[in-house]
Design a protein around this ligand. Sequence first.
Ligand code: 5GP
Ligand code: ZN
Length: 137
Amino acid sequence: MRDEKCIFCKIANGEIPSNTIFEDEEFRAILDLAPATKGHALILPKNHFENLFELPEEIAAKAMVLAKRLACEMKDRLDCDGFNIMQNNGEIAGQTVFHFHMHLIPRYKDDGQTIEWDKREAGPEELESVRKQITGC
Ligand code: 5GP
Ligand code: ZN
């Protein structure tokens, strides 16, 4: 399950060289070309899934286990002070490469990065209405 036009398919399957930090039958983890911080890495499934919505649950579960494992190793080896795991789906959400991937971003005191959003007010009625919309009951 590859997309011939997808750069992450080529990287994940070794057709384009990358700074690989982990590889098994189903995944490759690489250093991001434009790192937010030292050690910023990406977990790529070797098969092509455009985003989280297309990702089979089994691969999603394995990706999360791998993210935890790599985050623990990177925390020890890079001596970072914190860690963000990010995953963007859709252009509006910041996705620029349409092959599912997880960002592993080690955080350091004074690294100068911010991963934030504007916090808006929502009253109890709005929250209840959204809860109903999501759950259907
Ligand atoms: P997105 O914005 O889709 O969540 O993340 C895409 C990420 O892929 C970006 O952080 C970008 O720097 C990284 N990236 C894009 N093209 C390449 C590439 O060819 N090699 C590597 N290693 N990273 C890439
Ligand atoms: Zn792909």
